[in-house]
Design a protein around this ligand. Structure first.
Ligand code: HAM
Length: 435
């Protein structure tokens, strides 16, 4: 008789993390932590559930109206699962702003929730490294933040040819919209949205969107010229714009550091979040199979002031684990990750259980990662198990060896096997693990 069971799949757009996937996540997070720690950044975290109003004010229309997981709790309060970390960060900084020494260098690795159509590079739950520098108004902050973004990818094995940091400046766009194109306020949002979509749609569709936003042929031509021009060419028209000057100072800095070839001015970088006030940037994968933004970030000088008395300027970025994994895959940079166990203590027969358990305890106390067989099994099976799990060393103690204080150690990497005094096990294992 067949038994019925509940078939419950993970919620669409979320992932189960089996140990294999956890191994990758640990490896990735460890590399990210090492890179940001090298710049002096400290970890922070916040709640996954936040008051709805935290996002309503500044996170941007699309995120709030279409992507937010929000509901009423049992007490009738409107809450939301965090879709991004920056508003939480701003609230936390605002609450202690006078006590925190500046500049503040913080990072976080939260899981975030967005109701998006699950597809390559986009899920409904993802993990996002957030790196933010607060308390500095000068471009020195952008220069440090962009260096971190570059080092993150380099430390994961990427070369400078694999990705590109593309930057623009909100004030430059504002200057274009109001002074040069003379757009009406109601046109501006539609034009900004069209620019944001430009890289993903055909040229005709882009023009169509601009016509829909009531732009004239002349405005469209001026806009397209601006969007395609390198920074040096727009100086004549935008030379007085604070956005233009800030971009020039930024590029002077990164060029002097030898990072110029990985950074490019691209006036089409808009970013959908409303709180950005200055530099905006995205890091793009240059591989033809994964042309996606890996990081997105920018300067937000007015966000912290929304939650407290003092205004604290900030610059930072978010980088998602989904797009980063795609990046590592297409560039052949995925690591081969093995089990983290150093030694398997085999079980000769049921009578030897306590002897092998005692040895396992001793070796663990010396700092080794030790797994012990708990049920008698054919010896061959025990070796096969170790091999399959990538455990390099197996120890076996039979009754004769127990009486003489010896043990057999097999190295599965070299095939070498030796019988030695139990007292000599530790140094021998340590030496063999270094191979
Ligand atoms: P964002 O551009 O919305 O920025 O997200 C940053 C990165 O998170 C994206 O480039 C992408 O890698 C990843 N990401 C976003 N949504 C998804 C998704 N549904 N599935 C998978 N990955 C995703 C922000 O969130 C800003 N708060 C970043 C920031 C920090 N700005 C300043 N500081």
């Amino acid at each position: 008789m067949s038994q019925s069971f509940l078939s419950v799949q993970p919620y669409k757009g979320t992932r189960d993390f089996y140990p294999e996937e956890m191994r990758f996540r640990h490896w990735l997070f460890e590399s990210l932590r090492q890179t940001v720690s090298a710049y002096g950044y400290e970890a922070y975290d916040g709640p996954m559930l936040e008051p709805f109003e935290l996002y309503a004010a500044k996170s941007g229309q699309e995120l709030v109206n279409e992507q937010l997981y929000s509901f009423e709790d049992r007490g009738g309060r409107k809450v939301a699962m965090r879709p991004e970390m920056t508003p939480t960060l701003a609230r936390m900084v605002a609450a202690r702003s006078s006590q925190l020494s500046k500049p503040i260098r913080w990072y976080s690795l939260p899981n975030l929730w967005r109701y998006e159509r699950p597809q390559r590079g986009r899920l409904r739950e993802h993990w996002q490294l957030n790196v933010d520098l607060l308390g500095l108004s000068s471009e020195a902050a952008e220069i440090e933040i962009v260096q971190i973004a570059i080092d993150i990818l380099r430390n994961l094995g990427a070369s400078s040819f694999d990705f590109e940091v593309q930057l623009s400046h909100r004030e430059l766009n504002n200057d274009l919209f109001s002074r040069v194109l003379k757009l009406q306020p109601e046109q501006t949002a539609a034009v900004a949205r069209a620019i944001d979509k430009r890289a993903k749609i055909p040229a005709e569709k882009f023009e169509e969107l601009l016509h829909e936003a009531a732009c004239s042929a002349e405005q469209i031509s001026t806009l397209k010229h601006f969007l395609d021009a390198p920074l040096l060419e727009i100086g004549e028209v935008y030379g007085e714009s604070e956005g233009y000057l800030a971009m020039c100072r930024f590029f002077d800095g990164v060029n002097a550091l030898g990072l110029g070839p990985v950074c490019r001015f691209n006036a089409s970088i808009m970013r959908g979040l409303d709180y950005y006030t200055g530099t905006v940037f995205e890091v793009y994968d240059k591989h033809p199979d994964n042309r996606r933004a890996l990081f997105g970030g920018g300067r937000y000088d007015n966000l912290v002031g929304m939650f407290g008395q003092t205004q604290v300027p900030g610059v930072g970025f978010g980088m998602g684990d989904v797009t980063l994994k795609d990046f590592l895959e297409v560039h052949g940079l995925m690591p081969e990750l093995q089990s983290h166990v150093d030694v398997l203590i085999g079980l000769f027969d049921a009578d030897m259980l306590i002897t092998s358990q005692a040895l396992a305890r001793q070796l663990r106390a010396e700092g080794l990662r030790v797994e012990a067989v708990l049920q008698p099994q054919k010896l061959g099976k025990q070796f096969q198990y170790a091999d399959k799990k990538g455990i390099p060393l197996v120890i076996m103690i039979g009754p004769d060896e127990a009486t003489t204080g010896q043990a057999t150690l097999k190295n599965l990497r070299t095939g070498e096997q030796q019988t030695l005094a139990q007292a000599d096990l530790l140094p021998t294992i340590q030496a063999q693990l270094k191979i």
